[in-house]
Design a protein around this ligand. Structure first.
Ligand code: 5GP
Ligand code: ZN
Length: 114
């Protein structure tokens, strides 16, 4: 989608080091990490947020979750765990309107969120 930051990152228009990439998905470290390890996993297809998902997106999102947890393990988060988060729209704290899964690990995170 034109003028979408994460579409531009996915397509390479904005150069960003990818830590995972296949035909449908890519992952990269967050520019403002909130934990020792903080990366984002996105579908290359533009979907604005979690509530915009169609039933036909289920295989794509299943694949996204699977690659996220594989990457979390590769980055050393298996033993202590991590947080996997989709912020959705204004009340969910979403600032970039292209669906993305945050993976945060490497420190103990508090709950509930503020
Ligand atoms: P949200 O607030 O929408 O849940 O998450 C958006 C995330 O994208 C934020 O954690 C923010 O730091 C990250 N972000 C925003 N712009 C960029 C960018 O240009 N590059 C990268 N790698 N991350 C970004
Ligand atoms: Zn987009």
């Amino acid at each position: 989608m034109k003028d979408c930051l994460f579409c531009k990152i996915a397509s390479g228009e904005i150069p960003t080091e990818k830590i995972y990439e296949d035909e449908q998905i890519c992952a990269f470290f967050d520019i403002a990490p909130q934990a020792k390890t903080h990366f984002l996993v996105i579908p290359k297809k533009h979907i604005a947020n979690l509530m915009e998902l169609k039933e036909t997106d289920a295989p794509l999102m299943g694949q996204l979750l699977y690659q996220a947890e594989e990457l979390a393990k590769k980055l050393g988060l298996e033993e202590n765990g991590a947080r996997f988060v989709f912020n959705c729209k204004e009340d969910g704290g979403q600032t970039v309107s292209h669906i993305h899964l945050h993976v945060l690990g490497g420190r103990k995170l508090s709950w509930p969120p503020g």
